[in-house]
Design a binder for this molecule. Structure first.
Ligand code: GLY
Length: 347
């Protein structure tokens, strides 16, 4: 029997220099390139402190025999609803006009279906809306006002996403971004953030049947031009899942990830035989090559990946800060695991 969804588809047809490049930094030997896990496994692109908290609801759902998509969504919601996380969801840093706009994507490996929202405003949990785009529309991308109206139609409340803390960071940035306008910084010289952060979270996983799924969610680049969207909502850039192979996600400077189809690149390399770790490293190398070498890389990008057999990988370009690449995962027989990746370039 052809359901309405199948029928619709069938009838439509369808500024720092980098002195060295280190392929394996001391003390950060990856445990992931050889590790294997059976049964459910859920991972996120953040490490100690965050990983356990983000993955806790996912762990509960999977332990109780729940659905992988529910587990991933609830994990993403943890960061989205946290006002202290200034890079995702509620409390995220705003665009140049002081407006918080959010990007998110969802992909189900079993069906190869996906959904995204970009530049959505006034909705705290864009990952949940992206999932509904995937499951309750015949489209893949909804942006801006259309995404907002779709969320409202599904009962999401309209809410102010700009916390006082984020507003103050934005105000200081605004007051200091030019000496040719009339905005003046406070006399105490508190100029706020020196860097313009991009923060994002990827959640990837597979269930007891080996079916994969993933989600990426972010508030994007702080101070972005209104209307800018990053890699997070772009299927193949900030997220890609292929049930035959594995899943990958990206964080960091989205423009770099978009122009090399980052997550698709990682999964394609896994399909060609690389481990998730090797594939994440290859993606970092590709970005460095595109930019003409490590000396020209003054931004951060990170890739995380999960293979269908349970191997995980993580690699990061660290062009403008010293954070280690890391991720957390939960698997029933191992509990929570946190570790660094093994490939990065440092400032
Ligand atoms: N990776 C997040 C962004 O560039 O918006």
């Amino acid at each position: 029997m052809t359901d309405r969804r199948s029928f619709i588809r069938k009838s439509i047809g369808v500024g720092v220099t980098l002195p060295f490049l280190s392929p394996s930094i001391a003390g950060a030997e990856s445990i992931f390139s050889t590790s294997k896990a059976e049964g459910p496994l859920i991972m996120c692109s953040r490490g100690t402190g965050w990983g356990e908290r983000v993955l806790a609801p996912a762990q509960e759902i999977m332990k109780n025999g729940g659905a992988l998509l529910d587990a991933i969504e609830k994990a993403a919601n943890v960061t989205e609803l946290d006002p202290d996380d200034m890079s995702v969801g509620y409390g995220g840093l705003p665009d140049e006009d002081g407006v918080v706009t959010l990007d998110a994507s969802f992909m189900d490996g079993k069906t190869h279906n996906c959904g995204s929202v970009a530049a959505i405003e006034r909705i705290k949990t864009p990952s949940s809306v992206a999932r509904l785009v995937m499951e309750r529309t015949d489209h893949i991308y909804l942006v801006g006002e259309g995404a907002f109206r779709f969320a409202r139609a599904h009962g999401f409340p309209e809410e102010n996403l700009l916390t006082d803390r984020a507003r103050k960071v934005w105000l200081r940035w605004k007051e200091n971004s030019s000496d040719k306008d009339d905005w003046l910084p406070p006399e105490d010289g508190d100029y706020g953030l020196e860097k313009r952060p991009t923060g994002t979270i990827n959640i990837l996983g597979f269930d007891a049947n080996g079916d994969l799924a993933g989600c990426t969610t972010t508030s994007g680049l702080f101070g972005k031009i209104k209307g800018r969207i990053g890699d997070s909502p772009i299927i193949g850039a900030g997220l890609y899942v292929d049930n035959e192979v594995g899943a990958a996600g990206a964080t960091g400077r989205g423009e770099e990830v978009i122009r090399m189809c980052g997550s698709f690149y990682v999964v394609a390399n896994m399909r060609a035989g690389m481990s998730p770790q090797q594939a994440c490293e290859a993606a970092c190398k590709k970005i460095i090559d595109i930019n003409g070498g490590a000396a020209n890389v003054n931004f951060n990008d990170k890739f995380v990946a999960l293979s269908k057999s349970g191997e995980v990988g993580c690699a990061q370009i660290m062009g403008n800060d010293k954070r280690l690449p890391h991720l957390s995962y939960w698997a029933p027989e191992k509990g929570f695991q946190v570790a660094s990746g093994s490939y990065l370039i440092e400032t």
